[in-house]
Ligand binder design. Sequence first.
Ligand SMILES: Cc1cc2nc3c(=O)[nH]c(=O)nc-3n(C[C@H](O)[C@H](O)[C@H](O)COP(=O)(O)O)c2cc1C
Length: 434
Amino acid sequence: MTANRQLCIGLSLSATWMKGDGWRRPDSDIEKMGSIDYYIDLAKLAEKAKLDFLFKADYLYLSPQLLGDSANFGSPDPTMFFAAIARETQRIGLVTTVSTTFNPPYVVARQLQSLHWLSNGRAGWNIVTSIEGADNFGDSPMPSPQERYAKAMEFTDVVRKLWDSFPNEAIVIDRESGIFSDKDKVSSIHHSGDFFSVQGPLTLPAHRSGSIPLFQAGASDTGRNFASSIADAIFAAMPDLESGVELRNDLRSRAQEHGRNPNAIKVLPGLYFFLAETREEAHELHKSAHAHLSMERRHASLMSVLGLDLSSFALDDCVTTDMLPDPNQSVRSRTHAELLRRYITNHEPTVEEVLIRPEVVGSAHWVSVGTVEDVLNDIIERHEAGVIDGFIALPGGSEESMKLFFEKLLPQLVERGLFRTEYEGSTLRAHLGI
Ligand SMILES: Cc1cc2nc3c(=O)[nH]c(=O)nc-3n(C[C@H](O)[C@H](O)[C@H](O)COP(=O)(O)O)c2cc1C
């Protein structure tokens, strides 16, 4: 596998650097987090650095774990959030997350197309099927992953048909003849499926820049199949190189089975980095960001991710394959459970090693801790192995970590020809090379 393209880089605006005890630092600027101005400044910084896009994950429930000792100024609707950012930026892409499990597709098609208009062709849609939230939509208990994906496929199909139902070419604006739009080019979609009945057409024409790029998150067998049939990019949980090689190869062959170019899907893992001037400081930053995770919390997280209870074992006991629970038992996210299951099967680690895994202490993202050079080498290693097309930056530990990313790490990537110095286009499609 060879790396033949510049990296595609997004920045998550979910304030990951405030996670854990990050917000408690005297220099955290935590009070500013409750104001949109804070995010607008960050968006401008990311645009100045020519990043491909800004990104925001979204959950439709308030986790009790995010109350009390976690930094939480609430989680605004990301599409509305990006509508505000759209007017303050000109080129950077805006990738919002919208669940297909609880929303009506007509509303979502309209909101996303509206964001595309407001931003002049810079919207992107991260498609998720949600892991919780059914109680907030009169849909309890949570539908099974199979049902959620079946719904996601139909939902996405409806949204795309709605976007096509009112093409931009339908706008004529001929003052002389008095024809504003060509009625024949606007059509109903007459959709009637297992989950939705939607007549169409949409209330607004598609933006002239072309369709909205689709991202997808969720990498179980069904999730990958879904991604390989429609996605332009996948927001991947890739805790290590090994899982990256497996994911990349699998997505390539699935894309081909769907009659697509094997490289059509950009693999963009979350990169949770802890950067500091020295390696010691960086490790200290990483340690303090996780200091709130007691042994009880780690065991509880392991139970919730994999249904595995190791609380009666010693930290240096070995975790073997035969200790793994039944693979068919239901879990919150099959992606995260499968990653951990594979890690245990391949490495038979100690209990302590399991309890520090990214699947247990975080969201299974790729964690890189060290100096600018250390993290740079980590990125180059995965790029050269051909497993990533870029990454979504999740700065960790402190604002300083993010500052080093912008001021030192990105320039190093530019110097090596791995990242752009100028935007070539002004739409997300153009940045992603779609
Ligand atoms: C990297 C990653 C990011 C995700 N981000 C979100 C999110 O922002 N909001 C959400 O509701 N679900 C999110 N999910 C959950 C997925 O959409 C999906 O519901 C879940 O992983 C179950 O799908 P699976 O069976 O394919 O694992 C994410 C999953 C992964 C792997």
